[in-house]
Design a protein around this ligand. Structure first.
Ligand SMILES: [Zn+2]
Length: 133
């Protein structure tokens, strides 16, 4: 079994998964930059950060950023990168936990709401705001 085939799924309290990590050495290999100081210079980061990423792996969002900075796409380096769903580890953006929709501030400026909040406006916090206005 190759190292890439081993997939460790860690769960946080509450059942949400941790952001997956990827082998940073694969990016270094992919872009032909095997030397840590050279890779650090190429990415504009410290050698310590590169050393840490080599040792611990790189998170999904940082893998995206690092690959793009090297002029490649993350799934060209880590094909499994494209299979990850950020909803598995990111908390919903909406405070009512509807999901990941674009948020708009309440008219009062206290908090934010999403499109699902509007649909639930008859019972949701937005209704209370409208009634108070
Ligand atoms: Zn909402």
């Amino acid at each position: 079994m190759s190292a890439a085939a081993v997939r460790l799924v860690l769960l946080r309290p509450g059942g949400r998964r941790c952001e997956p990590r990827y082998d940073f050495g694969r990016l270094m290999q992919h872009v032909g930059c095997a030397d840590m100081p050279a890779m650090a210079a190429r990415l504009g980061i410290s050698v310590n950060v590169v050393r840490n990423w080599v040792r611990r792996g790189i998170t999904w969002s940082r893998a995206d950023e690092a690959a793009i900075r090297c002029g490649v796409l993350p799934w060209e380096v880590w094909p499994e990168w494209a299979d990850a769903d950020p909803a598995d580890w990111m908390p919903p953006s909406c405070p009512a936990e509807h999901g990941y929709d674009y948020l708009v501030p309440y008219p009062s400026g206290r908090g934010e709401y999403c499109a699902m909040c509007v649909l639930a406006a008859e019972t949701g916090p937005l209704a209370a705001e409208s009634a108070a206005a």
